[in-house]
Design a protein around this ligand. Structure first.
Ligand code: ADP
Length: 425
């Protein structure tokens, strides 16, 4: 502001002295015009000098000047200097970020909108076989697995994709993509070879043990039945022992059967076809009623007749488990409602009971293998703790999900949500 005051005062002084001198000489107008022209010319020269300096990038020290121009040059110089400092700081930050991502054990690749590689870290070069010079190349031309290309194109990155490494097919990678910014995507790949190996060992172990237990169990059961037939009831101790032994072998049989079923769900190839869900549900409910001594506790509502593309045995296991639980964990004088219906984007099966319900903290855990709510163990309700794990896996094989809503003392509702793409009639 002070500079402006000085400039205006200077102009006023100039004009008043020229007017005084010009007026005394009788040349007021020409002298004022001459002064204005001279001032305009100086301003023009200043603008030219300024334009020359700024178009050269405003580098180095600014040209010597006076008055308001000195001020203008000084402000621009200051702005440029702080900009330079900011850029230096930013460059340092980017460099630090690059160094840290370079050191990451996981592969990271930044992709542009048209799948072109913008940047890749060292692990990406090692795991995906990318090179420094691949910048600007389209990633589908370098990582050519069809499942990867399908994943990349799908635009749905909620789940990762599992691939062998293009460099070494014994290395298994879990690849996920994260979209960010405008059209940019970050591809992350993690080496999960060990994890997959452990999972295979676990699956094989469970499958082998369950399989091997089958024969001794059948032999035990056979002998037990013979011994029970021979029991003349003279010794109450023997009679109760046989009964207890039979109960325990049956429990073991259920465990082995459930473990084998889970293994099959995890490992076997899918052989799917169009399944008549209303017919399947009617059959399961009828069987359920027979088991419940024909007390007609089950109420089946079929609001839609849609069929689902899937595997009948898997769906039968899932639905039977849900219905079995609903009957098992609710009083005998209450209804269990089974409802098959369709919404705009899903087909839903609800199995609802009015039983004891599940505590909020237990809900996320009940689908874990062998998880049983504590009270059940104490009350000795029979069960293996594998039923809901089977339901979860069977649904996963159908791109479906299990939703559980429950309130202690009021009852539970287990819903199986199938995507609309599964409709086959
Ligand atoms: P299991 O019934 O053999 O114990 P599940 O995996 O089928 O095993 O169920 C796990 C646990 O979830 C059960 O032990 C029980 O505590 C709880 N649960 C399952 N279904 C219901 C239900 N309808 N009502 C109340 N609790 C349930």
């Amino acid at each position: 502001m002070q500079a402006w005051h000085k400039e205006i005062t200077r102009l006023l002084l100039l004009y008043s002295s020229v007017s005084l001198i010009g007026g005394t000489a009788g040349l007021l107008l020409p002298s004022l015009l001459a002064l204005t022209a001279a001032l305009l010319l100086t301003q023009f020269l200043q603008i030219r000098r300024f334009e020359k300096w700024i178009s050269g990038g405003g580098k180095g020290q600014y040209p010597k000047s006076s008055g308001i121009w000195e001020e203008i040059y000084y402000h621009i110089y200051r702005i440029k200097k702080s900009e330079k400092r900011r850029k230096k700081k930013l460059r340092k930050l980017i460099e630090q970020f690059r160094q840290s991502t370079e050191a990451l054990p996981d592969a990271a690749v930044v992709l542009r909108a048209n799948d072109e590689i913008e940047w890749a870290n060292k692990a990406a070069r090692q795991m995906l076989g990318l090179q420094q010079m691949d910048k600007g190349q389209r990633i589908p031309n370098l990582v050519r697995f069809p499942e990867f290309i399908r994943y990349l194109k799908s635009g749905n990155y909620s789940e990762p994709v599992i691939l062998p490494s293009p460099v070494n097919n014994r290395i298994i990678l879990e690849v996920r993509i994260i979209a960010y910014g405008s059209g940019l995507r970050l591809l992350l790949a993690q080496d999960v070879t060990q994890l997959k190996k452990m999972q295979t060992i676990r699956k094989d172990f469970v499958a082998n043990v369950s399989h091997e237990l089958r024969t001794p169990l059948t032999v035990l059961k056979g002998y037990l039945e013979t011994l029970q037939d021979m029991d003349d009831g003279v010794s109450p101790l023997l009679t109760t022992s046989f009964k207890e032994m039979q109960g325990q072998t049956e429990r073991m049989q259920h465990l082995v059967d459930d473990l084998l079923l889970l293994t099959r769900l995890e490992t076997q190839q899918k052989k799917q076809q169009c399944i008549d869900i209303p017919a399947l549900l009617s059959q399961i409910c009828k069987e359920g009623d027979t088991l419940e001594n024909a007390s007609r506790r089950i109420e089946l509502t079929l609001e839609t007749s849609v069929h689902i593309f899937g595997e009948e045995q898997d769906l039968r296991s899932a639905f039977t488990n849900l219905l079995g639980n609903a009957l098992k964990y609710s009083p005998e004088d209450t209804l269990v409602q089974v409802r098959w219906y369709q919404t705009e984007d899903e087909m839903i099966l609800n199995v609802e009971d009015h039983g004891e319900g599940i505590a909020e903290a237990d809900i996320p855990r009940v689908t874990e293998r062998f998880y049983r709510v504590e009270a059940k163990r104490r009350k000795k309700v029979p069960g293996t703790g594998l039923g809901l794990a089977i339901v979860k896996h069977a649904l996963m094989r159908h791109d479906a999900r299990l939703q559980i809503t429950s309130e202690l003392g009021k009852g539970s509702c287990f819903s199986c949500h199938f995507p609309i793409k599964r409709i086959c009639r």
